[in-house]
Design a binder for this molecule. Sequence first.
Ligand code: NCD
Ligand code: ZN
Length: 330
Amino acid sequence: MNLALHSPLDMHLHLRQDEMLDAVAPLSAKYFAGGVVMPNLIPPINSIERLLWYKAEVKRATAPYVFEPYMTLFFRSYTFSELEEARRNIIGVKLYPSGITTNSEGGVQDLSLIEPTLSMMQELDIPLLVHGETNGFVMDRESEFCRIYQLLASKFPGLRIVMEHITTRDAVVLLDRYENLFATITPHHLLTTLDDVVGGLMNPHLFCKPIAKRPEDRDALLAAALSAHSKVMMGTDSAPHPTNMKESHGCAAGVFSAPIALPLLAELFERHNALDRLQAFVSSNACRIYRITPREKEVRLIKQSMIIPASYLSIVPMWAGYEISWSFEA
Ligand code: NCD
Ligand code: ZN
């Protein structure tokens, strides 16, 4: 059995910089027609100058491939002219609550101060991408943040708001309640629960923010993805860290999945008789929501088993060493 995907897109992706960028960017660019590139570098991508530098870096690192980097700016209070100037080079502005995840120390400390920037983004029709977690108890952070999603969605009805990497039933429910709320879902949150992270021997390569939740949360995400709910998009949140940062005391948050995301999804969607929905989940929904038209790129998968590599240039992917039933066609 084969499957041809047209211009698959990764709507949430960490490509890093320097040697890490050079190592991971080709692994996304080979299998995707484009990706939404996250701005949480050190220092963050929060000026036009840094944005243009980073875009050029990503283009350099993905050069041999058809791959469109959809860039994001790291949220801060911007002026209208800064946003107006950035607009043609970004797909959105990414908001991180301060300190909530990897490299987010420069994020928002006081949510009451973000509104002037949000109303300018609304006026300029620039989407807001949000890492939606409070600093509460780790399992409740996203559900607690849903209150803030609701406030923002109703206060800025013309602003497209993307709830990034949702992990809870509570977030799925909001999709049908607010016209301007959308979401990305990762492959790992469709395939794992907290049990896989810490229920047996601890698996640092599945440790990420937001942490995987309960089976009923995973099932709500699955229902949305497998039905290709018109407001959800696939975003891997592939977030590489050097092995010594993962397999260590103080394990860094982030799951590396970009090079295997599509075979993992093909296996999952086939198991649920939903292969005909995969195109919408990995591309068409995103094109409609973000109003983008990626270049045509056919990515072919085949039902032929593969063993997930132990590492890619020393970065350990999720499920390293597992056998899965789909792979890329040679
Ligand atoms: C991401 C990273 O490493 O940059 N980590 C993660 O656990 N997902 C940041 C993020 O998206 O939260
Ligand atoms: Zn991320």
